[in-house]
Design a protein. Structure first.
Length: 181
């Protein structure tokens, strides 16, 4: 999947060195709610080797078009075939934040989900302390559905999680650009 800023390709263990800063960054861990120590190199490599060929999820590497560098991953997971729905998540290396790469990657993978996979609904969860991600999701057409109160215990503090989704009819109307549609 090619965009103006990013290219999405199947995620493999070859991307692990480029993703290491994301996996080791305390702020990325906080924003994604990832608790505990990062898995060791062997476990990570084994995990990334199994990403291609999964029939219940789609794991894609995000490459910055200008530099050719792998800057993150975008994933459709928790596939629910009977309900034509799945969940979405994205994570970028710290150097890629704030440049529109995540928004475009979100649009690309959602477009693929709706237009190629025939999904009806794509949902996500975003923590209250991550307004930057919430704004990127809104720019791509996600709509707030509700709040899961005290869903994450982070460093002794309870944090709410907002549930957001985008539906196929909404995608059809604005193609991930609600302010233009």
């Amino acid at each position: 999947m090619d965009g103006e800023l990013v290219v999405l390709r199947p995620l493999t263990d070859a991307e692990l060195p480029a993703l290491r800063p994301m996996l080791a960054d305390p702020e990325v861990a906080r924003l994604t709610g990832t608790q505990g120590a990062a898995p060791d190199e062997d476990r990570l490599r084994a995990w990334y080797r199994t990403r291609i060929g999964q029939d219940d999820r789609l794991d894609l590497a995000v490459f910055e078009r200008a530099s050719g560098a792998c800057v993150g991953e975008a994933v459709l997971n928790d596939w629910n075939g009977p309900n034509e729905s799945c969940s979405f998540r994205i994570a970028l290396v710290p150097a890629a934040h704030g440049r529109g790469l995540g928004t475009e990657a979100t649009r690309l993978i959602c477009g693929y989900g709706f237009e190629k996979l025939g999904l009806h609904r794509i949902s996500l969860e975003v923590y209250a302390f991550n307004p930057r991600a919430r704004r990127a999701y809104e720019k791509a057409g996600f709509v707030a559905e509700g709040v899961l109160r005290d869903a994450l215990l982070w460093e002794g503090e309870w944090v709410d999680t907002e549930v957001m989704s985008i539906l196929a009819p909404e995608w059809e109307r604005h193609r991930g650009r609600p302010s233009e549609g």
